[in-house]
Design a protein around this ligand. Sequence first.
Ligand code: SAH
Length: 244
Amino acid sequence: MRRFYFDKNDMHGDMIRISGNDVNHIKNVLRMNIGERVVANDKEVNDYYCVIEDMDSTQVLLRVESYRKCAAELKTKLYLFQALPKQDKMELIVQKSVELGVHEIIPMATSRCVVKLDDKRQEKRLLRWQSIAESAAKQSARGIIPRVNNIMKFNDAIAYAKSLEYSIIPYEHAKGMDESRQCMDEAAKCSSVGIFIGPEGGFEESEIEHAFMQGIKPVSLGDRILRTETAGMCVLSILMFKLS
Ligand code: SAH
């Protein structure tokens, strides 16, 4: 069934109002009719199974027939701290990490990031990444639309991760897969986990030390060097598998 997201204040009793771009999509692209059924999600893990009751050029009105909590959310909230990669790789990272169950993505500026974005370009990129997150959430039937946070400096990102229960920082010079396995097992027991991924040039040793001092565990992902866009997906896949 087609899935749409709505704002909580657009629900009154058993009626839900869909507005914005989705109206054109429902009416003119999907050519849906009154009486057809859709799933409306309140972006807070609640799925409402609805029938289209009415529509015009500005809104689609849905009547709720039944309710089910969305089963698609992982029991641990995964926060991907991704150092800004080159070109448009971030778009792929946003899309794939949403499919794999990420809760929030925090683009991060680290000392070896090549990409520098001025305020105006940052704003444009953030809007684009958020819209990619929304499409990916719809496509993969997520119960929330994962947020793409503002770009944070490395130190601010580390401070932000303080509010999480556990965090890891994959580092290609970290040793020992047994330790990595233990860290992943530990992470899967927590309610929120941060995953820090470096840019193409990797993290500076001083960044790893700083993270370590703040209680963030350096982990190995094996004896091969993964590209920045692969490393995050690797960790998300491992955790998604343990958490599903
Ligand atoms: N420039 C580095 C590689 C950076 S890879 C080099 O060539 O040596 C980009 C990021 O992916 C790293 O900062 C790290 O967070 C992660 N990563 C890649 N391969 C990894 C591995 N084998 N173990 C742990 N982390 C890895």
